[in-house]
Design a protein around this ligand. Structure first.
Ligand code: UT7
Length: 323
């Protein structure tokens, strides 16, 4: 059977780093509060010349280099983002053009923080359905552009960045020993739409709007939703937490990551954490964390890796793959 196998990873971060202490003169907060409640110590913030498209392009080029491929080898680009350069055309098409790619097709996918998990699942279906052989899956965000910088309950949490993965069609035997995407589980539930949203949009206010979040409410739901969808993925694949080599969760809050891993029985040393360095980068957070763990040699060929995310909508999901 056809499997979607990871061939390369790449990342891109804005030049400017903003430390927790840099907020102290702007809103009533402290390095101590942010670090203790979230695990975040710094985040990258895009300059005027750095956009979702430029960061996405840089991450895509890094992933192509890692794969030893060029844009000519790619059939499809799926970009997960909630902060596109423009309402339309899709930023994926802009990235396609920036890469000098004038064949194939490209589109954006919007599932907020779960975007990358949704995008990997989507790319896997295009590959297994025979519509594409090699897909660039990108998560790129510039949440700094939609933050209310006077709201301490949200502005300290988010950062900008991009991560990219090259998925390629490969042969598998149909067993859990295969390399590639092995199982996935996706969920959404719009009854929670007012707990994490942007208060503007083309069809309502005609403005871009700002991010609004009832953090405590999101937190309350997060661990249960994350663990439910992971257990569904484990049972679809016939594995347990003990079989995993690496857990790469969405990086929103270290306390959510720790509580989820504990509830699932995933050992602490198997959990990849980058929230301290990047903050919450929404759809970019999982590929940024993956890129870090690949670059430093933790994730190796043949490792069993679990991706997970949860965010606005609510949307949530998990993907199990063998590297
Ligand atoms: O990526 C999508 C998913 N999003 C998430 O997973 C985010 C989920 N939520 C969270 O991570 C946490 O709820 C937060 C980090 C947002 C907040 O942590 P918390 O422990 O739930 O704090 P809280 O909202 O209950 O607020 C505690 C106190 C409040 O003061 P009072 O009412 O107790 O006097 C807040 O006003 O902390 C106050 N507070 C702050 N204090 C200093 C809120 N933000 C700040 C701040 N600095 N930046």
């Amino acid at each position: 059977m056809i499997r979607s196998v990871v061939r390369g990873m790449g990342a891109a971060l804005p030049r400017r780093i903003m430390k927790n202490a840099d907020f102290e003169g702007m809103v009533e907060t402290s390095d101590e509060w942010i670090a203790q409640r979230t695990g975040i110590r710094q985040r990258h913030i895009a300059a005027d010349d750095e956009t979702t498209a430029s960061l996405g392009e840089a991450a895509a080029r890094a992933a192509l280099d890692d794969a030893g491929l060029t844009p000519d080898d790619i059939d499809l680009i799926v970009l997960a983002t909630s902060t596109p350069n423009n309402t339309f055309p899709a930023t994926a098409v802009e990235i396609q053009n920036r890469l000098g790619m004038h064949h194939g097709f490209a589109f954006d996918l919007q599932a907020v923080c779960s975007g990358f998990v949704y995008a990997v699942t989507t790319a896997d279906l295009y590959i297994r359905g025979g519509l594409a052989k090699r897909v660039l899956v990108i998560g790129s965000e510039t949440f700094s552009r939609i933050l209310d910088w006077s709201d301490r309950s949200t502005c300290v949490l988010f950062g900008d960045g991009a991560g990219a993965m090259v998925l390629e069609a490969g042969e598998g035997a149909g067993s859990i020993a295969d390399r590639g995407v092995l199982a996935a589980s996706l969920r959404s539930d719009g009854t929670h739409k007012d707990k994490l949203y942007v208060d503007g949009g083309p069809s309502t206010t005609g403005t871009v709007g700002h991010l609004r979040m009832e953090g405590r409410e999101v937190f309350k739901h997060a661990v249960g939703m994350i663990t439910d969808v992971i257990e569904a993925t484990f049972s679809a694949a016939g594995i347990t937490a003990e079989d995993l080599d690496w857990f790469v969760p969405h990086q929103a809050n270290k306390r959510i990551i720790d509580a989820s891993a504990k509830k699932l029985g995933i050992a602490e040393q198997k959990v990849v954490v980058t929230v301290d360095l990047h903050g919450n980068t929404s759809a970019a957070s999982v590929p940024l964390a993956l890129s870090a763990a690949v670059a430093d040699g933790r994730i190796q060929k043949g490792d069993l890796v679990l991706l997970e995310a949860m965010g606005g909508g609510f949307t949530w999901g998990a993907v199990l793959l063998r590297w």
